[in-house]
Ligand binder design. Structure first.
Ligand SMILES: [Zn+2]
Length: 275
């Protein structure tokens, strides 16, 4: 399987220089060429988000996120630049359905979207506060959903779902709740070891890749404000620290928004890909 690392949304939020050394965030997505067609992990922002940001994302989020809204960064334009079309993307697995992860769903209307039942129900029936994160316009095209519950299988010390419907067995969903109700990581058994996309389970590389597990104060404050369950978020970050340390070189752990992690993949692998 060939894996392309794509940034599908650069953001320069309020006080970005206090978030990380790079003063911006990325939306780290993966495009995987499989025997079952293209699989997209995460979607970042989509074309409709760029055209009507306030209607799609809400006024407050549009202001706070500081998204660059560059059409060339959308997943659909990057898929096309690689010589494929929207219909070639058969499956999408978002780590969760927040507005900066689900924006591109509508650019691939024929793709099946895979998610955990708890995330699906949280997004389809949001309370007042959750309506700022889950934006129903992003799935108004009514995609085909595949909804999963845990089935007792394991991957390292984590529970997981293997054999996602229509997908090759090398792609697993691993629950990492805390940031949102049904948040998951996606593990991919690539030729260069396991890739483990952890979505928004953490935001700063130091939270997982140092023994202290401390990122920046502003990043921690942001995560605390938007979290669904702080106890589970910190518990899962601890487990990710242990996994990254114990399986160094075998499991490559990374998150959605850290630019240095994204650069590490795109700088060390030719043409922004890993095989
Ligand atoms: Zn996010």
């Amino acid at each position: 399987m060939k894996v392309h690392h794509l940034n599908c949304g650069t953001m320069c939020p309020v006080a970005a220089h206090w978030l990380n050394d790079e003063s911006h965030l990325v939306c780290h997505c993966l495009l995987i060429e499989t025997s079952e067609g293209l699989v997209l992990i995460e979607t970042g922002f989509g074309l409709e988000d760029l055209r009507s940001p306030v209607q799609r994302l809400g006024w407050l989020s549009t202001k706070l996120l500081g998204a660059k809204f560059d059409e060339a960064e959308t997943a659909i334009r990057q898929v096309e630049a690689l010589g494929f079309s929207a219909d070639d993307v058969r499956h999408i697995i978002p780590t969760h359905l927040d507005l900066d992860h689900a924006g591109g769903l509508s650019d691939f209307p024929k793709a099946t979207v895979h998610t955990f039942a708890t995330e699906y129900h949280a997004a389809m029936h949001p309370g007042w506060f959750d309506k700022t994160r889950y934006r129903s316009r992003q799935w108004a095209h009514q995609p085909k959903w595949e909804i999963y519950k845990l089935s007792g299988e394991t991957w390292f010390d984590f529970s997981c779902v293997r054999q996602l419907k229509g997908l090759p067995p090398e792609i697993l969903m691993v629950p990492l709740v805390g940031h949102s109700q049904g948040h998951c990581g996606i593990a991919i058994d690539s030729d260069k070891g396991w890739l483990f996309h952890c979505g928004d389970a953490y935001f700063h590389h130091n939270e997982v890749h140092t023994p202290e597990g401390v990122g920046t104060r502003l990043m921690e404050l942001f995560q605390t404000v938007v979290q669904d369950n702080g106890t589970m978020r910190h518990y899962n970050q601890q487990r990710l620290r242990e996994l990254a340390a114990e399986q160094q070189g075998k499991v490559h752990v990374f998150c959605s928004h850290d630019p240095s992690e994204f650069q590490a993949f795109t700088n060390t692998t030719a043409n922004d890909t890993t095989n």
